[in-house]
Design a binder for this molecule. Structure first.
Ligand code: URA
Length: 207
């Protein structure tokens, strides 16, 4: 699975231990989700294209580089809202395209309920964010939705992933890179990631 990029870094490992801990309070959980997202976006945007610009420093004129790629950050509601601030802070010129999927507790399947994309979505590189990559179902539906809207370049950032979901996703979208900080052991019978961290949305929003 060439499209799966495991981001491995001591600071991320340390912060993951805090996220996984059932004793971590919601306020600290939110803070650490924010910090990990900050570190992950740095790696996930390594190959963005640049354009040359000329700037006047206080000392002289010089050539410098700015982003040539227009970005659309796509948080999957609701858990990804915990990642949005840090990603948006790093790429402040991005647009945000919301994607709403809700887990049906009876079927454990994600169901689409909302989307709000910028008008020029198809001209942008989409960075989908969702802290948990479990069955891959939501990820597949989200990419399918964006492709139907004409979005060609898509990346996915997820803090923790399950091998089952990554495999299923990669068979359908081998061209979409998925950046994750951890590939866990498996899914349980309720499609929660094991060991995972529980329900990310509940832990972010203290519900
Ligand atoms: N969503 C979560 O929040 N946690 C999981 O373990 C799987 C999906």
């Amino acid at each position: 699975m060439q499209n799966i990029k495991l981001i491995s870094h001591p600071l991320i490992e340390h912060k993951l231990a805090i996220l996984r801990d059932v004793k971590t309070e919601p306020f600290q959980f939110r803070m650490v989700v924010d910090e990990i997202s900050h570190l992950m976006i740095f790696e996930a945007t390594r190959d963005l294209s640049l354009r040359e610009v000329e700037v006047q420093t206080p000392v002289a004129k010089t050539k410098a580089k700015k982003l040539a790629t227009k970005i659309m950050i796509c948080p999957i509601l609701r858990a990804a809202l915990g990642m949005l601030d840090s990603v948006f802070t790093i790429i402040p010129d991005a647009s945000v395209g919301f994607l709403g999927f809700q887990r049906n507790e009876a079927t454990a399947q994600a169901e689409f309920f909302y989307a709000k994309l910028p008008p020029d979505a198809s001209a942008r590189t989409a960075i989908i964010i969702d802290p948990m990559f479990a069955t891959g179902g939501t990820a597949i539906d989200a990419v399918k939705f964006l492709r139907e809207k004409g979005v060609k370049n898509i990346k996915f950032i997820s803090i923790i992933a399950a091998p089952e979901g990554l495999k299923r996703f990669s068979e359908i979208y081998p061209d979409v890179e998925v950046y994750t900080a951890a590939i866990d052991e498996k899914l349980n019978e309720k499609n929660y990631i094991v060991p995972g961290l529980g329900d990310a949305g509940d832990r972010v929003f203290n519900t």
